[in-house]
Design a protein. Structure first.
Length: 131
């Protein structure tokens, strides 16, 4: 029969029963003081904390963009152009449907592609002016 310290499945004879040998600390870490427990892993930030951080980043980006006069001018021009387009289309529908005025028939299947072409040209011209 072999001694208990010769069997790999049993702890060495010099240790008390029911205790495991201490594991060495990982390489590159300082040993813990006697009686100190290792720190629990940090919990991931909550959804509210991440949302607040995202809001602060978005606000900072908006402040930087608002300070740039070119961005402000482009936004003003785009807002005016869309406002005029919506005003024209809404006025046409109001006059035709509500007031029953004899408005010319518009071939919407022709207007939509043409409006996309005009919008594309507008974007290209604006991009050419910036560069």
């Amino acid at each position: 029969m072999t001694a208990s310290n010769e069997r790999p499945d049993l702890p060495p004879a010099d240790q008390a029963e029911g205790t495991a040998p201490p594991e060495p600390p990982p390489v590159g870490t300082a040993p813990l003081p006697v009686g100190a427990a290792p720190a629990p892993p940090a919990a991931p930030p909550s959804f509210e904390a991440r949302a607040q951080a995202f809001g602060r980043e978005a606000e900072a980006a908006a402040t930087r963009l608002a300070a740039n006069p070119d961005v402000r001018a482009a936004g003003d021009l785009a807002a005016r152009a869309w406002g005029l387009v919506l005003l024209a289309v809404g006025s046409w529908f109001f006059a035709r449907v509500t007031l029953h005025l004899p408005m010319p028939d518009i071939a919407w299947e022709t207007v939509w592609p043409a409006s996309l072409i005009v919008l594309g040209l507008f974007v290209l011209v604006r991009a050419g002016r910036r560069s």
